[in-house]
Design a protein around this ligand. Sequence first.
Ligand SMILES: [Zn+2]
Ligand SMILES: [Zn+2]
Length: 323
Amino acid sequence: MSQDKERVESAGFYEMLWDCDHCDTKGLLGKSQRHCPECGAKQNPDKRYFPKEGDAIKEVVGHKYEGADRVCPACSAAIGALGKNCTNCGSPLDGSAHVKGVSEPLKPIPVKKFPWLKVILIVLAIALFIFLIWFFFLRTKTGDVTVAGHRWERVITIEKFGVFQEDCWGNNCAPSGAEDERCRMEDHGTKQVQDGEDCREERVDKKDGTFEKVKKCKPKYRSEPTQEKHCTFSIRKWKEDGEAKSSGTMDKKREWPNAPAADTKASIGARREKARAEKLILEFQGGDSCVVSEDKWTKHKDGAKLTVTMKARSEAVQCDSIP
Ligand SMILES: [Zn+2]
Ligand SMILES: [Zn+2]
C-alpha cells in the first residue's frame, strides 16, 4: 500500500505572531497588527513566529491569499503583496524583496547511543555458530574406502482406481468427470479494505502575516475475510497406492517385482503399474553406501580401494566423488 498518494487538505489560515522590539509587547498578530498597539513601532517581518504550544491561535476567517509580503526598501516595513507604496513611510515599493519567512523548527530526533558492544557480541556469536556448523558438518577431506558389496533395488509404483472425495475453491473448479458436486460460499482468504486515514498536520508560513495549517493524510487499511465458492465432489480416478520391490546382490539376476500390468482397464478396485525405477548401490566397509551409475557399479569390484571425498568428522562418503 506504499504507492498510496498522500491526500493534502488545507485546515485554514491563522495569524503568525511577533514581539515588539521597542516596548517588549509579546504575541502581536502578524496579519492584522502591522504596528505595535502599545508604542506604534512597525512590525519587523523577520521576527514573525509560529504560535507555541499553549498560545492562543487566531484564525483568519475568509482569508484570501494574495502572495508573500514585500519589504519597504526605505523603512523595511512589511507591506501586503498588492500594495504599490509603503503604508508606513509612503516610499514606492518598486524592486522590493519578499519577506524571508520562517519554517517550523524540526523537532530534534533523540540520539540513541549505538550499541556497539551488543552488535560485536551478536556478530561474534553468529561467526562462532557458522564456524561450528562448518567444523562439524561441512568440512571435507580426502580418504580411502573399501568396496564391501553390490546391491540392486527395483521398484514399481502401483496405482489403484477408485472413487475419491475431493474439494476445490472457485467457480467451475471441479475437474471433468466429477460427480455429486456440492458448492457453497465460504470464507477464504482476506482482502485489504480502507479503514480511515492516518493524518498529520504541518504549518506553513505564507509570509503575509499568516500561516496555513495543512493536513496530510494517508489511507489506513485492515484485512477483511473474503468469500469464495467451495465445492466438494467425488471423482473416479487412478491414485498412487503402494509399490512392489525386488532387490539382490550382484550375483543375483536383476528382475522386476511382480506387479499388475500397466494397461489394466479402469474399474473400481483395479490396480496397475505406474512407473519403474532401478537403483544400483555400492556398499562400503563401515556401513556407508552410495547410489551409482551402472558403469561405476560394475567397474568397482568387491575389495577395491577408492579414493573419495568424505566428511571430515563423520567420514560419510560424498557419493558424487566416487571415481
Ligand atoms: Zn511596542
Ligand atoms: Zn516604508
